[in-house]
Design a protein around this ligand. Structure first.
Ligand code: PMP
Length: 426
């Protein structure tokens, strides 16, 4: 206690001597924002001090966990809903319902926005994801259906079930794919179609008021829906470009649906071709092999067993074993890939808490491990800049990370291995 008192007294003297004024916290935006969706995007880029100082390379993280729904997926959920409304596939306050298959983050983002827009939400998710996400979804008023992890070729796989549920609820097309409606949704059109109906008797079901205002189901389909890519191509990518003044040497991120790497990667590559776009790929994911050797390491059938039971035990949200629309857009622009083990990801997550006060989710930690592997491989140490995504906070993964830390990896190992896990790719 005495030495602490001494410490505080001397700090106080220092502050007085330096005429210390605490810096006021500045408002990030002085506009009045239009409700919760106004908080989405425009996230800050932060320097990861411990790693940047140690390596001599600027490692910058896009603080996506500051979005109101707590993850990078807010951007995607907003864009998918906006686009669906624009296409007349969803209409607010009609009792319509959004369905999605997700390991959690996208569901939470959809539920957040849906509440603000007047939609109900059904989320189908595997039953082995972190409890925190389920609690958040229920608190946001979503209906949650948890299913046994299964392969994508299984009808009961969570994404397939979400599609089926949307169709059963009354999604207007027969094949589960988002469809452009032929009539724009305005009251003028309703009146016109009614006139058509009575005069010519030629109106279809789609033209009737009954159809336009009927509650409908919408399968958001983040894996295949291009709005996912567009959210990043039009939003996150340009923001990063602005925030770095175009001074970036590499962009590194993981892929769950591929939307982030496709949108941001394609945007920055279009601006500057020699920016390296690299993937952080967790254990059990096939993307590393796809990038390195042109083939997925595993078939679609193995997804339910290999990926879900290995990757997602600790690292949630990234890793993929099949080609989706969004990841297909990214493949031509991905230059490199780095495998990241669960142990490396958890070690990094603990390391960042200890040295930077940053408690990040496992996919963010994976990304930072991959940043270091890339920097080491390239031999960079002269102030190059690498940008990555801090997808969500560690709070959302706490039960898993701590259980894993204590049960499988061991506290001692975590504390002692700040950089020893950096095995270079050969
Ligand atoms: N991190 C987390 C926590 C996620 O939930 C996701 C999305 N599944 C990602 C990263 C990967 O993003 P994307 O789907 O754009 O590849």
């Amino acid at each position: 206690a005495t030495s602490l008192t001494f410490y505080y007294q001397s700090r106080k003297k220092e502050r007085l001597a330096a005429n210390f004024e605490p810096r006021p916290i500045e408002l990030r935006s002085d506009e009045i924002l239009p409700g919760v969706t106004g908080l989405i995007g425009n996230t800050p880029l932060i320097r990861i001090n411990s790693l940047s100082d140690a390596l001599g390379v600027e490692i910058l993280g896009k603080a996506e966990y500051l979005n109101p729904g707590g993850s990078v997926k807010d951007r995607v959920a907003l864009r998918m809903i906006d686009d669906a409304e624009g296409q007349g596939l969803l209409r607010p306050h009609t009792g319509s319902r959004i369905f999605e298959g997700t390991v959690g983050s996208t569901g939470i983002s959809i539920a957040t926005i849906a509440r603000a827009r007047g939609y109900d939400v059904t989320i189908i998710m595997p039953d082995d994801v972190a409890e925190e996400k389920v609690k958040a979804l229920l608190a946001l008023g979503a209906d949650v259906e948890r299913v046994r992890p299964a392969s994508i070729v299984d009808k009961k796989q969570f994404v397939n079930l979400a599609r089926q549920r949307a169709l059963a609820f009354g999604q207007s097309d027969g094949d589960g794919k988002p469809r452009l409606m032929s009539t724009p949704s305005s009251s003028v059109v309703v009146t016109t179609t009614y006139e058509n109906k009575s005069e010519a008797g030629s109106a279809t079901l789609e033209d009737s008021e009954d159809f336009l205002y009927k509650p409908r189901g919408f399968f958001a389909d983040q894996f295949e829906n291009r709005s996912n890519h567009d959210a990043h191509y039009d939003g996150t990518g340009p923001e990063i470009w602005r925030q770095t003044n175009g001074n970036l040497d590499a962009f590194v991120t993981g892929a769950g649906t591929g939307g982030t790497v496709a949108g941001i990667g394609r945007f920055v590559k279009a601006k500057k071709r020699d920016i390296i776009v690299a993937i952080s790929d967790p254990e059990g994911s096939g993307l590393y092999n796809k990038v390195k050797y042109g083939v997925m390491y595993d078939s679609r059938e193995s997804e339910g067993t290999k990926r879900r039971h290995q990757v997602d035990t600790v690292v949630e949200g990234i890793g993929i074993n099949r080609m989706t629309n969004n990841i297909s857009l990214a493949i031509p622009i991905i230059d490199d890939a780095f495998r990241v083990t669960d142990a490396e990801a958890v070690s990094m997550s603990r390391y960042l808490v200890k040295h930077d006060g940053l408690f990040l989710g496992s996919s963010s930690a994976c990304n930072l491990v991959a940043c270091i592997k890339l920097i080491k491989k390239m031999g960079w140490k002269d102030g190059q800049t690498v940008v990555t995504i801090l997808c969500d906070s560690g709070m959302r993964h706490y039960s898993k990370v701590s259980r894993r830390v204590l049960g499988c990896l061991g506290q001692v190992m975590i504390e002692k291995m700040p950089f020893s896990f950096l095995v270079l790719e050969r």
